[in-house]
Structures are given as C-alpha cells and as structure tokens.
Design a protein around this ligand. Structure first.
Ligand code: NDP
Length: 373
C-alpha cells in the first residue's frame, strides 16, 4: 500500500477552479507536495461538493523498491458511486477522510525499483491524487507511445476491456442485431464500434440529440435514438423493426424492459451496468415482462470486468490492431485539474460526457509533451 503521508491542508467542499496550482518546476523535480480528493461524507442521491475535500499532503521520498509517480490522467467511473455508500458490494466501500482511488496513468518521476526508470509511463489504482509513492508491484509499465495516453483509461483500459468482455460473454457475432444503452458513453461507444467490426447491425440509445447524431454520424452505428424522448417501444421498433438478438445493458430500468420486449428468439442480454438506479436511495423496480424470457428462450448474463483481467494481454493486442487500422474512434471528455475531479464525476453520472470522462492532472498536454516520442 501507499506509504503514509503528512496532511498539511484540507479544503472542504470542492466546487470552484483552483486558487493554487502546483508549479511545473516542482512537478519535474522531486515533488513532495501533492493534492488529493477525499470523501468526507457519504452522498444521498447525486453527490454534492460537500461530500468531497481537496487535501494537500506531503509525500515521503520513495524507499527501496518504490516509485514516485506524477499522475497525468485519472478516471471517473460509475462504479465509484456504489463505493461511496457504506454497504457491502463486490468491491469495498471508500473510507471516509481517506483519498478516493481508481484508475490512473502517470509518469515515473523517481524510482528506486529495478526495471522502472524515471520517464516510464505507468498505470495504477492511485487516481484522485496528483502524485503518489507506491511499491513497484502496484504500478504497471505501459507502452509510452500510445496516443492519447488517456487511452489507458478508455479503449485500452478497463472501459475497453468491459466492452470486449461483454461481447465475448454472449458470443456476439456477425449478423446479430445489437442494442446498446448509454451508447455514447465510455463502454457503450467502444462496445458499439466493436460490434460493427464483428459484422453486426448496431443500434444505440443515448440521452441527447447531439449524442444520437454522433453515434450514427461519427461512430458508424446503424441507428440511434434519444431515450429521453419517451415511447421506448416505439423508438426501438423504428430502429430495429425485426427485433434485437443482443442487448448490451448499461442502465437497467425502463430501457431493459423495452429491450426484453424487443428481443428475438434465443436473444442474449449482457448485464453490464444499471446506472439508471445508482443514485436512487431505494432499490428500483425490475422489468415487468420477465415472463417473456420463457417463450423467447432468453439468456441474461452478468459479469464483472475484474474477472477478465487475465485476458488483458489478448485484449490489448487485439485492440491495438483495431486502433492502428483506424477502426476505432476514441471519444473522450477531458476535465482539467484535480480540484474539478468531483465535478467531472458528477457530470458523468448526469450524462455530461461523450465517450470516456477523464481528468487531466497536469497543466501541459501530457500526450504531446512526453519525452521519447
Ligand atoms: P459512461 O461513460 O457511459 O457514463 C455514464 C452514462 O450513463 C452517462 O453519460 C449517461 O449518458 C448515462 N446515464 C446516466 N444516468 C442515466 C439514466 N438514468 N438512464 C440512462 N442512462 C443514464 O460510463 P461507463 O461507460 O464507464 O459505464 C457504463 C455502464 O457500464 C455503467 O452502468 C457502469 O456501471 C457499467 N460498467 C460495468 C462494468 C462491469 O464490470 N460490469 C465495468 C465498467 C462499467 P446519457 O446522456 O446517454 O444518459
């Protein structure tokens, strides 16, 4: 685990752009001051700024077999909302008054670990902070030439692996008619494009006309609709008159119910997420048409991306070929600065993102500036 830090200032209620910025000089040479976001109270419904605090801490020097890393990008993800509750789940809750964590990509500033050198690009679980000191085994050195480097949080990271795993889970193949919800988001936008590459007909649902236009115009979806326009069965019928074989469910609720009604015989449902209910205080109602599973011989399979981590090398190899061939548009929404990370997180939960929502933690563009290009 991370070496202990000395806390030097706490700023509660993170809501405005910074009044202070860590100097670039310090960032390049032996930084000892970092800023991190902590959870200071548990949200009820949608998180608010007072649930978070921006804290300045002094980091120790790396010890034997440790590295000091400056984070370049960090991820905000829907599953983090569940971790802000105090209940048990497949992943442990965040602790109050402790820094949040999550996926990040950073640059090694100092290393006392064999095989890791300053300048190396690493991924880690130490997001929500500008710098960290950790054991060498807690970071993964990655190819520094990938552009943008934030792709390690998106198409080449957990997001992409989620999309890929979900499609493999139910063996999505050429000819399948695939419906994807939250299609303009991180997982959905990749899942849709990978389905197209497999030879499927792909329909997406999303929450704004801009997103719908992007899905068809930029990402090559065959059809898309705005679920906020209502009449889900009617919109689905218009987009997929013959029904759907596969539903990649990211949201649950009414969209799941409409999808079940539109499923064809032997249809498969990928239970990936249920973001429509993540901010609800009470459990949300289930679909009213589950009896259709019987006559239609439907299958619904849930999965957790962590169960697929051992297939990461296979996934990355495949994705790099797709990306190199120009077969994938990597959409992302970038928010600048650690102090706006809580805002980025909440905005993502509200649909403010197109593609992967990431927070850039350095002033310059790290993808352009990294040495060795
Ligand atoms: P996204 O980038 O898709 O961001 C979340 C999106 O959800 C928003 O942009 C918004 O888009 C949509 N949304 C929010 N509220 C609602 C609502 N009430 N109804 C419908 N859509 C809503 O996030 P991710 O791609 O990271 O995650 C997508 C899903 O995949 C989530 O459910 C997540 O939990 C799940 N997931 C599951 C994993 C697993 O291991 N099973 C791993 C990673 C993610 P819009 O404007 O279209 O409403």
């Amino acid at each position: 685990m991370r070496t202990s830090v000395s806390e030097i200032a706490v700023e509660k209620g993170v809501k405005t752009p910074p009044s202070e910025i860590v100097s670039k000089k310090r960032a390049v040479r032996s930084p000892t001051i970092s800023r991190e976001i902590r959870l200071v109270s548990r949200p009820h419904g949608l998180p608010v700024p007072d649930n978070f605090a921006l804290v300045r801490v002094e980091l120790p020097l790396p010890e034997e077999d440790q590295v000091l890393v400056r984070n370049l990008f960090m991820s905000v993800d829907p599953y983090m909302r569940g971790r802000m509750n105090d209940g048990s789940s497949y992943v442990s809750p965040f602790q109050l008054d402790q820094p949040l964590d999550g996926a990040a990509v950073g640059e090694v500033i100092e290393s006392r670990a064999p095989g890791i050198a300053p300048g190396d690009i690493v991924t880690s679980r130490f997001g929500w902070r500008e710098y960290f000191v950790s054991g060498a085994r807690e970071v993964r050195v990655v190819d520094p030439h990938v552009r943008p480097l934030s792709a390690y949080l998106g198409a080449l990271g957990m997001t992409g692996l989620t999309a890929w795993s979900g499609l493999n889970l139910v063996d999505v193949k050429a000819g399948d008619r695939v419906l994807i919800s939250a299609a303009a988001g991180a997982v959905g936008s990749i899942a849709g494009q990978l389905s197209k590459l497999r030879g499927c007909r792909v329909i997406g649902s999303a929450g704004s006309p801009e997103k719908v236009a992007m899905l068809v115009g930029e990402l090559g979806f065959d059809a898309a609709f705005n679920y906020k326009d209502g009449d889900l069965p009617g919109q689905l019928k218009a987009a997929a008159p013959d029904g759907i074989d596969v539903y990649f469910d990211n949201v649950g609720g009414e969209q799941l119910e409409a999808a079940i009604s539109a499923m064809r015989l032997n249809g498969r449902i990928i239970a990936c997420g249920a973001i429509g209910g993540y901010n609800e205080e009470a459990p949300v109602s289930g679909p009213r048409n589950l009896a259709l599973f019987i006559g239609k011989r439907l299958t619904m399979k849930g999965f957790i991306v962590g169960d697929w981590f051992d297939r990461m090398p296979e996934f990355v190899k495949e994705m790099k070929v797709v990306i190199a061939g120009g077969g994938l548009v990597m959409k992302e929404t970038v928010v600048q600065g650690i102090e706006l990370a809580p805002h980025a997180f909440v905005d993502m939960l509200r649909g403010g993102n197109i593609g992967k929502m990431v927070v850039r933690l350095t002033g310059e563009n790290p993808s352009a500036a990294h040495a060795g290009d």
